[in-house]
Design a protein around this ligand. Structure first.
Ligand SMILES: [Zn+2]
Length: 402
């Protein structure tokens, strides 16, 4: 993290976060217990807790168990002490959700973003969306502690810069700092798949699981990775670019400019494109009479028994399975959660995906592997973005100085 502040301020901030994190993770907890767990003096803990109570971040509650003498007063986080806005940005829409400190959604909305790729226009739209969300929620703007912004691509959260976005065609666009400046609220940028993974870890199937992977399928293919209970980002935040692992040398072109990536073989648009090509070739399919040809149309046709539709979904599933087998061989996770808008293709796609994982994973690694197919609404993504901010607020100090 940034080490711009003076050492004294830094240590003060570290101690404060240490106490806050202990109250969040262990609360209700007494001051004595905080002192014992943190190694801070009783006086230091009392002073920090005093200021946290004054700010309304921490509540005193009923007395706890005592080993004799006066019963200690217990402390817990006040979930309503502050609010967060989580934003999910795609090239089609901005979903924003205002949550409390427990990531419960107070108000959420989605506004369309049709074909605006200019960074300035996108920035304006995000600022407007956040302002409307706060206004509609009825929460005092001064009580919003941070904004989490999730988007596809390679993003550098440290400096708030989108290094590369295939959908917006952005290279090195600073996105978080200008929005933070305009709104006067800190903005934390994160890859959208990562936000979903953080939400899974905090509230979903990944809770309490040490090694798991979230794979998203839809417009693109992505992955979020948790190893040893820790979210894994990589050097510049690019870890988990599952969609762009090369599977076929000189294969079909990918949005990233390369060829033969998993995404170019298995994403939703690829299935649709292949269906259109087959219709153009005159292959027999009921899709020829369905206009427009969309993923939903392909799924509907598969359900009615259309051979071409079933074959295309199965092919996409098989490629996904091969990609996931690769991840399984490298990371040996306990759990794979498949999410994203492409999950609506159901078993036509995910049956073959499971088979391919079993066929290609190294002996034994897929035996106890739990695979969960989970639909994720846009609100889940936005809630995940809010969790990024919560993670920052309650970050244990050990991560602060790495
Ligand atoms: Zn690619």
């Amino acid at each position: 993290m940034h080490l711009r502040k003076g050492n004294r301020d830094l240590i003060k901030e570290m101690n404060r976060n240490l106490v806050l994190n202990l109250i969040k993770s262990r609360g209700p907890i007494s001051r004595t217990e905080i002192a014992r767990l943190s190694g801070l003096s009783q006086a230091a803990v009392s002073s920090i807790v005093g200021s946290l109570i004054e700010k309304g971040l921490v509540h005193e509650m009923g007395a706890g168990e005592s080993t004799g003498g006066r019963k200690p007063v217990l402390l817990r986080i006040n979930d309503q002490a502050g609010f967060i806005v989580g934003v999910k940005l795609t090239e089609q829409a901005i979903t924003s959700a205002l949550t409390d400190l427990d990531a419960s959604v107070v108000y959420a909305q989605t506004v369309p973003l049709q074909g605006q790729c200019d960074p300035q226009a996108v920035q304006d739209a995000i600022v407007a969306a956040v302002e409307t969300t706060i206004a509609q929620s009825g929460v005092d703007p001064t009580r919003v502690l941070g904004i989490g912004l999730g988007m596809a691509g390679v993003v550098d959260g440290e400096v708030g810069v989108c290094r590369y976005s295939p959908f917006f065609s952005w290279w090195n666009v600073p996105i978080a700092p200008p929005i933070a400046q305009r709104l006067g609220i800190p903005v934390y940028l994160e890859n959208d798949v990562n936000t979903l993974t953080i939400a899974e870890q905090w509230f979903g199937y990944g809770h309490g699981v040490n090694h798991f992977v979230v794979v998203t399928v839809g417009r693109g293919v992505g992955a979020g990775i948790v190893v040893n209970g820790q979210f894994y980002r990589g050097t510049i935040g690019g870890a988990g670019e599952l969609g762009h692992i090369p599977l076929v040398e000189d294969g079909p072109p990918c949005d990233c400019g390369k060829r033969g990536c998993l995404e170019a073989l298995a994403s939703d648009p690829v299935v649709v494109r292949q269906a259109r090509a087959a219709i153009a070739r005159g292959e027999p399919t009921m899709l020829a009479d369905m206009e427009p040809v969309t993923l939903d149309a392909v799924v509907a046709a598969a359900e009615t028994g259309d051979e071409l539709a079933r074959r295309l979904l199965a092919e996409s599933g098989r490629w996904l399975g091969i990609g996931i087998a690769l991840l399984v061989n490298i990371l040996n996770p306990q759990l794979v959660i498949v999410s994203g808008e492409g999950v609506r293709a159901g078993e036509w796609r995910f049956g073959p995906m499971r088979e391919a994982i079993r066929a290609h994973a190294f002996n034994g690694l897929a035996d106890d592997l739990n695979i969960i197919i989970e639909p994720a609404g846009d609100e889940t993504w936005a809630r995940g973005a809010a969790c990024v901010v919560l993670g920052e607020l309650f970050k244990p100090p050990v991560y602060k100085i790495t």
